[in-house]
Design a protein around this ligand. Structure first.
Ligand SMILES: C[S@@+](CC[C@H](N)C(=O)[O-])C[C@H]1O[C@@H](n2cnc3c(N)ncnc32)[C@H](O)[C@@H]1O
Length: 219
């Protein structure tokens, strides 16, 4: 599905989120320390928007890796990163082709919801992170306020699939988006999953009235 929607993925993101997706990724990158050289792995990197934000804002990153399962998303990422010193890998977040404890930071924006086994992916993240390393996960969630939740769900169920379908030419893809978001555990439920894998210092920060959440955890 991501191979199919790749050419219009960035445009759809900007329009459907009214530009908030850019602010959310910046928020995520702000949590990356600035005081020492870092090796960073961006999982489900897609068209590399997290990596681009990271490389603009954190000159202390001396190794930037992006991994994604969809070759067409990576082709766009490669073009966007042409003048940057980043490496891109085609692979599965549930079976990361890196050594144990080999990166200091892992980011994953709007990717964890898509993997077949969340537990397996989190275990792999724990394995490749160095001790003291930090995991930052951005994912959609639902607003806690019930009126806001109603408005949001109406947009999400009826408006977003329509507009997303028109932009991308793929109506299935954007109704998949709303189904996966509504089914995915968020907030404390997701923090429990992080805890069960062994992560510590776990926090969940709701963004834009709770329609996205930034999770932070340490190994
Ligand atoms: C919604 S996009 C997010 C892309 C990017 N992180 C962003 O912020 O725009 C989800 C991405 O997850 C990738 N993906 C889905 N399942 C994956 C898996 N098991 N391993 C690696 N990437 C995966 C898709 O190919 C897609 O590029």
């Amino acid at each position: 599905m991501f191979n199919r929607i790749a050419p219009r993925y960035d445009l759809a993101n900007r329009l459907l989120s009214a530009g908030r997706d850019v602010a959310w990724r910046k928020q995520c990158v702000r949590e990356v320390p600035e005081d020492r050289p870092l090796r960073v792995l961006d999982l489900a990197t897609g068209t590399a928007d997290v990596l681009l934000t990271l490389m603009r804002q954190r000159p202390n990153v001396n190794l930037a890796l992006g991994l994604d399962a969809a070759k067409n998303m990576l082709a766009i990422a490669r073009r966007k990163l042409a003048d940057k010193n980043a490496r891109l890998l085609n692979g599965d977040a549930q079976n990361i082709a890196l050594r144990n404890s080999s990166v200091d930071i892992i980011t994953m924006a709007f990717g964890i919801r898509n993997v077949a086994s969340v537990e397996k992916a989190l275990q792999e993240m724990f394995r490749v992170l160095a001790a003291g390393g930090k995991l930052l996960i951005l994912e959609f969630s639902l607003p806690p306020n019930s009126a806001m939740k109603k408005i949001y769900l109406f947009y999400f169920r009826h408006v977003l699939p329509l507009i997303g379908g028109l932009i991308s030419g793929d109506h299935g893809a954007y109704s998949y988006l709303n189904r996966t978001v509504e089914e995915f555990p968020y907030g404390e439920l997701f923090c429990q999953k992080l805890r069960s894998v062994g992560f510590m210092q776990i926090s969940a920060r709701p963004l834009t009235c709770g329609i996205a959440t930034l999770y932070s955890a340490e190994k």
